[in-house]
Design a protein around this ligand. Structure first.
Ligand SMILES: *Cc1c(COP(=O)(O)O)cnc(C)c1O
Length: 392
């Protein structure tokens, strides 16, 4: 008979595009006793979660909750509930996740107009304006933080345009939520979704979503049924709302973890959290540049929670990442889509995002590069990063 040893995953430093490391407080919450999904105690946990999530999304939206599934389930929830067959949708694609939105919109048989920008660049506002002029689209769908490229898209101006043309704005906040400024209400975002395993630093498994009243009206006045039963908010909102009617069994332990992860964010405070991501990302970027690496994302629009760096010429991508993982237990991401084999994606998300990890990473990367014959001044990356910390 085959023997199966006890499960013992290694401790990793997760500096890829997600998942990020998880605070032990959050992990412990997952081993708490299971409550029934209609237990009054669990309903209190759900209410706390919705309140905390509104804080993190910076919104008063009533319909703010966590869907089962990862970030992509959030994407599908927002798109499948808002869009009906034939609806005109402008989808902005400057990376893999914009491409995924486009794919889902097409599957929903929307009338899709795609605006693109090269990977590594932001979407041009004039292109959105032209498309709105030409199509009179009902929706604009856009990614706030493109994790495949490391680009941060300014959303406020896009929102102003949408208001001008009376289009509704649907935003992917999977990587941006809890890592950089994101104001759902103030920026006029109609519907947004995220994931738990990026800057929220919770295990992957839930997808926070939020819809304003206008979006909620659209959902409740659909002419056709939402084509996906499992993610149909017209039914699920009755579980998270007053009626508490059963739709599917809530993933209890995931909800515990999520509640605790949100509580930790609330304790830290959003502003402090954003500042922490900004500082560590600056230290990382300065260190990498001092080591001779070039940034891939457009200057002025670089993410604070994910840095895309061009792999130096002559360096074997896979071998270097394997070296980091095996020797130092550090995971970073390879390129995705157009960036494959060309860039590394280095995450500084949530719980992982601290000085200790940045300095260890820069030193470890130096070792990995030197192992492949890369010429580099000893300690220059970490030393440069330390200067950034010292100035703070
Ligand atoms: C990670 C990510 C997704 C997909 O989330 P999964 O949890 O992998 O399903 C979608 N959009 C962006 C911007 C992401 O970074």
């Amino acid at each position: 008979m085959k023997q199966y040893g006890e499960l013992k995953p290694s401790e990793r430093i997760l500096m890829g595009p997600g998942p990020s490391n998880v605070d032990p407080v959050v992990l412990r919450a997952m081993s708490a006793p299971i409550l029934g999904h209609l237990d009054p105690e669990f309903l209190v946990i759900m209410n706390d979660t919705m309140e905390l999530l509104r804080y993190v999304f910076q919104t008063k939206n009533q319909l703010t909750m966590a869907m089962p599934g990862t970030g992509s389930a959030g994407m599908e929830t927002v798109l499948a509930n808002m869009i009906e067959e034939g609806d005109k949708v402008i989808v902005c694609v400057n990376g893999v996740f914009g491409g995924r939105m486009q794919d889902i919109c097409q599957r929903l048989k929307a009338d899709v107009t795609t605006i693109s920008a090269p990977f590594g660049k932001i979407i041009d506002l004039d292109d959105i304006k032209d498309a709105l002029d030409k199509t009179g689209a009902k929706y604009v769908a856009i990614v706030h933080a493109e994790t495949s490229t490391g680009v941060l898209q300014p959303i406020e101006e896009v929102s102003k345009l949408c208001k001008q043309y009376d289009a509704m704005l649907l935003v992917d906040c999977v990587t941006s939520l809890a890592g950089c400024e994101l104001k759902i209400d103030e920026w006029g975002i109609d519907a947004a979704y995220s994931g738990t395993q990026k800057c929220i630093s919770c295990p992957p498994g839930l997808a926070p979503v939020t819809f304003n009243e206008r979006a909620q009206k659209v959902i409740n006045n659909r002419k056709t049924k939402v084509p996906i039963w499992y993610l149909d908010l017209t039914m699920i909102q009755n579980y998270w709302g007053q009626q508490r009617s059963y739709h599917h069994t809530a993933p209890i332990s995931m909800n515990y973890a999520f509640r605790e992860a949100l509580r930790l964010i609330y304790e830290e405070g959003l502003e402090n959290r954003f500042a922490r991501h900004e500082l560590n990302s600056q230290a990382l970027k300065s260190g990498l540049e001092a080591m001779g690496l070039k940034m891939w994302a457009q200057e002025g629009h670089r993410l604070p929670m994910l840095t895309s760096a061009v792999i130096p010429e002559g360096i074997d991508d896979v071998a270097a990442r394997k070296y980091l993982l095996e020797r130092f237990g550090i995971e970073i991401g390879g390129g995705l889509g157009e960036g494959k084999g060309k860039v590394w994606r280095i995450g500084t998300m949530g719980y992982t995002c601290n000085e200790k990890n940045i300095l260890l990473f820069l030193t470890s990367l130096e070792s990995a590069l030197k192992a492949q014959g890369y010429k580099i001044e000893a300690g220059i990356g970490a030393a440069t990063a330390m200067e950034v910390y010292a100035k703070k």
